[in-house]
Write a protein that binds this ligand. Structure first.
Ligand code: MN
Length: 254
């Protein structure tokens, strides 16, 4: 099995190495990841500038490739033939923070898996619901075990076309994780605030700031599963049609 690995936090992020270690025993692993942090970059297709790819190494010496494109560009490069072989499966992560609810449209981690789904491959995005500020102290060991188990299962079962899995892992020691829950998307609650400042030339500039987002822990959602100590596995589809609105809209006078 040929596995393609990427992330959105950049080639040097320890979450990428953790995911590589998780899937290494399962097949032949190729790493193509962004050369910088693309978190919250959304689903990107770079068309108006060239893309560069350079060989590099992960911190443990594993050969890898890095690109100046977005995570989804990395997947597109690989699926369009950058390497001299095809792939069976794409995994993305491990993102250090959860990707829940509307996050999935912002997340470079998830949109890399979406790019795989568009390209006809099973894609799995992995995120760890760890607290902010752990930096190099963050422990990916339990998440690594979970990623391996989930990837093995997806490799065996496959996924229908144009679908992907969004996996969120609670930040707990392995023995305290209660199990896996298949979930729907929950409700992310953003607490964004517009921060206005003035530059030295007296021109205003802006930050999207505010408190970290929270979520509504409804049962059956990833937010609920994480809060209860479960890994959440959310199947996503690229067809974003609001089917339940079709009959109503069809009655409108257009
Ligand atoms: Mn990220």
């Amino acid at each position: 099995m040929k596995i393609l690995v990427t992330n959105d936090d950049g080639i040097t992020h320890p979450g990428l190495l953790a995911l590589v270690n998780a899937v290494k025993p399962l097949g032949e692993v190729t790493v193509l990841a962004p050369d910088r942090n693309w978190s919250a970059s959304g689903h990107v297709k770079t068309l108006h500038r060239p893309l560069r790819v350079r060989p590099t190494q992960l911190p443990d010496g594993t050969p890898a490739h890095m690109s100046d494109g977005a995570p989804s560009d990395c997947i597109a490069l690989a699926l369009l033939g950058y390497f001299d072989h095809e792939f069976d499966l794409v995994v993305s992560g491990i993102n250090p923070y959860a990707n829940i609810g509307d996050d999935v449209t912002y997340s470079g981690t998830v949109t890399a898996a979406m790019e795989a789904a568009i390209g006809g491959l099973p894609g799995v995005a992995f995120s760890l619901d760890s607290p902010i500020g752990l930096n190099s102290q963050r422990d990916f060991s339990a998440a690594t075990q979970i990623c391996q188990r989930v990837t093995m299962r997806v490799a065996a079962g496959g996924l229908p076309r144009h679908t992907l899995l969004n996996v969120n892992i609670p930040y707990l020691p392995l023995e305290q994780i209660k199990g896996m829950q298949v979930t729907r998307l929950g409700l992310r609650v953003y607490r964004d605030e517009l921060i206005r400042r003035t530059d030295p030339q007296h021109n205003p500039y802006y930050w999207i700031g505010g408190e970290a987002p929270t979520g509504q822990p409804d049962e059956g959602t990833e937010v609920g599963a994480l809060q209860a100590g479960y890994v959440s596995i959310t199947p996503l589809q690229m067809d974003m049609t609001a089917y339940n609105l079709l009959p109503e809209l069809a009655t409108w006078q257009w």
